[in-house]
Design a protein around this ligand. Structure first.
Ligand SMILES: Nc1ncnc2c1ncn2[C@@H]1O[C@H](COP(=O)(O)OP(=O)(O)OP(=O)(O)O)[C@@H](O)[C@H]1O
Ligand SMILES: [Mg+2]
Length: 261
């Protein structure tokens, strides 16, 4: 099934990246204590691609996601969602954009503890004033292998199961972009592999454009390509990553020349 949304607006084609950033910069603080968390980032994420973002602690990965999601405002540069410049949208439109166009998966699952799995999946739609179709919610949970857990509270589920609920919730709204910040960071190997398999399936089956921050070369190797950040700049890019190649690249990040795109 083709996904709708901005991508299907007249004039937009698959050549229009689902997400792009142009000369993205973010400076925290000022004067001598200023930190350039993003120092001129140019990246494009084509529709239906899966990209891992890696880099040392403090290299700007979370800042990048926050700027893309409109949670943080870049100091300069542009963020384009489906070819539309959203950089200067006001708070109301950003909130709407996050709700309707962007899916999130965080390391800590971020489920609402007093809502069941099904209620958690339906929550973003409810917050948007829509009624979630119970059959669609069940289908979303079935997609992540949790059809039998619809009425369970997060506490009654394992970490891996909770993350699968979070993934079902993120995918339920058919977002233009799925942003994942260390989605397997809190999981054991088996559960991590399962979540990564589901992310991969969303890309392959739904053409879900996905951007995943990770420290784990095995997780990164699930993606189509890896972008390496150092000091808020792109320090390298790898397509068809393997865990060994990613690990080797990470060990020598300081020796990579900064590249533009
Ligand atoms: N709100 C803030 N105020 C000041 N400095 C900040 C703020 N947020 C991030 N920074 C700084 O910006 C830089 C990039 O931080 P960021 O959190 O994006 O890194 P990261 O790559 O996500 O690191 P990690 O792998 O540890 O999560 C760091 O030097 C950090 O200290
Ligand atoms: Mg981070």
């Amino acid at each position: 099934m083709m996904r709708g949304g901005i991508d299907s607006v007249v004039g937009m084609t698959d050549q229009t990246p689902a997400l792009a950033v142009e000369d993205l910069r973010k400076r925290y603080g000022q004067g001598a204590g200023a930190v350039d968390a993003l120092a001129g980032l140019d990246l494009a994420f084509p529709v239906g691609t899966f990209t891992a973002v890696m880099g040392p602690s403090g290299s700007g990965k979370s800042t990048f996601l926050a700027c893309v999601a409109g949670l943080d405002r870049p100091t300069s540069g542009r963020v384009l969602l489906g070819g539309v410049d959203v950089t200067h949208w006001d708070e109301r439109r950003r909130t709407q954009m996050r709700r309707d166009r962007i899916g999130f998966v965080f390391q800590d699952y971020s489920l609402v503890p007093y809502l069941t799995a099904a209620e958690n999946v339906a929550l973003p739609a409810r917050l948007a004033g829509r009624t979630a179709d119970p059959a669609a919610v069940r289908a979303a949970l079935a997609r992540v292998g949790l059809a039998e857990h619809a009425e369970h509270l997060p506490d009654a589920m394992s970490g891996g199961q909770q993350q699968r609920v979070a993934l079902a919730r993120a995918l339920y709204g058919e977002p233009a972009v799925l942003l994942a910040d260390e989605p397997t960071g809190a999981l054991d190997t088996t559960n991590a592999r399962e979540v990564l398999g589901l992310l991969r399936a969303a890309v392959d089956d739904l053409r879900q454009t996905t951007v995943m921050v990770t420290h784990d070369p095995i997780a990164a190797a699930t993606a189509d390509s890896v972008v390496f950040l150092v000091d808020g700049r792109m320090a390298g890019r790898m397509s068809k990553p393997t865990p060994d190649a990613v690990a080797a690249q990470l060990a020598h990040l300081d020796q990579l020349p900064a590249v533009a795109r």
